[in-house]
Design a protein around this ligand. Structure first.
Ligand code: DAH
Length: 360
């Protein structure tokens, strides 16, 4: 009797702890298989007396029924649990927001945005874009622009020089975009109307200077381009760029070797803490250098100053980006910090147009 009881409890225990259908099948075979514990007990009945067999047979069959029922139940439970788990694992929550497309996550750097803005503005005035290399010759960066060798203005540029090449030529990282003026005049016949945005380099670093920065150069050469045109072009640019109906500009005499006369230009503004408004107020902010192209530069670039004349200007792109979009430190522009870019960057499809608005 007690052997049946312990077989019962052992088997039922094994059934209830079987973790999956394969384990349950092993329990079934151990109990009810050909050589299983219960089957072996049933096989002993044949050798018993009829009375004994009746009593013992009933007990064993009862145990067998109990085990069969427990197996069936457990099998059903395991199936239900497996289905449940699969359903849970394969759920799709249709209420979740769709994953953002990459172009929504990316941001356009403010420098790129400002370059697009100014290209849009000058293109509207008939300018095309000219480019030149970052690694420049001393001749194009300085000599042809009327900086004689040894001229002190070369020192002001904090130039990064490269090691001399095999021919002994010492190239440099261009200190301004003005060498693109030279390249353009050597390659194109007047009338010329170009802007040259690009990277420039000087050994300098503080809140408003970085060793690599950006400038945009402008150049107009034809038979009669004069300072009145220069002032109009710059004024139209400032109004469009800062998105104000009028600006006041101040042209101060200055010196650049490649222009004569040379001027620095300030625009009128009102400062309120970090806030700047253009076209009003009593402050003046310097934004660019300009002038009439020096006769020596025209001659150095194969043009006859008695035939053609023109004007040029150079402006810091980073500086006007900071002014327009309110950054106070230039260094984070080039630190590639995604948090900064998320804050100051522009959405890729909000490209600037004169019709649709420049800053989106
Ligand atoms: N190249 C000058 C600089 O980097 C800026 C400049 C001034 C450019 C006057 C010009 C110009 O074309 O006419 O400081």
């Amino acid at each position: 009797m007690s052997d049946l009881k312990s077989l019962e409890s052992e088997t039922l225990q094994a059934i209830s702890t079987a973790g999956d259908e394969a384990a349950l099948e092993n329990v079934r075979i151990a109990a009810l298989g050909k050589k299983g514990a219960i089957s072996s007990l049933l096989a002993t009945l044949g050798k018993m007396s009829p009375d004994e067999r009746r009593a013992r047979g009933a007990e064993i069959n009862q145990l067998k029924d109990q085990v069969v029922e427990a197996l069936t139940q457990r099998k059903a439970d395991l199936k239900a649990a497996a289905l449940d788990q699969r359903l849970r694992a394969e759920t799709i929550d249709v209420s979740l927001p769709a994953r953002e497309a990459p172009f929504n996550l990316g941001r356009v750097h403010p420098i790129t945005q400002v370059m697009d803005e100014l290209t849009e503005i000058f293109a509207d005035m008939g300018f095309s874009v000219a480019e030149g290399p970052d690694i420049e010759s001393d001749d194009y960066n300085f000599t042809k622009l009327n900086f004689p060798p040894g001229h002190p203005a070369r020192e002001m540029h904090d130039t990064f020089f490269l090691q001399p090449d095999a021919a002994g030529e010492r190239k440099l990282l261009r200190t301004h975009t003005s060498p693109v003026q030279v390249r353009t005049m050597l390659a194109q016949k007047p009338p010329i109307r170009v802007i040259c945005p690009g990277r420039t380099y000087r050994c300098d670093s503080d809140q408003t200077h970085t060793p690599m920065f950006h400038q945009v150069e402008g150049l107009v050469i034809d038979k009669s381009a004069h300072m009145g045109h220069l002032k109009w072009v710059l004024e139209e640019f400032c109004k469009a760029f800062f998105e104000v109906p009028s600006v006041n500009m101040r042209f101060r005499p200055s010196f650049f070797p490649f222009t004569e006369p040379s001027m620095e230009v300030d625009i009128q503004c009102r400062r309120d803490g970090h806030d700047i408004r253009f076209g009003e107020g009593s402050d003046w902010l310097e934004i660019l250098g300009c002038g009439m192209v020096h006769a020596n530069v025209l001659r150095n670039c194969g043009l006859d100053p008695n035939e053609v004349q023109g004007f040029a200007w150079g402006m810091g792109i980073d500086r006007i980006a900071m002014l327009k979009y309110g950054m106070t430190d230039l260094r984070p522009f080039f630190e590639a910090d995604v948090r900064w870019l998320n804050h100051y960057g522009f959405r890729p499809l909000d490209f600037p147009t004169l019709a649709g608005g420049l800053s989106g």
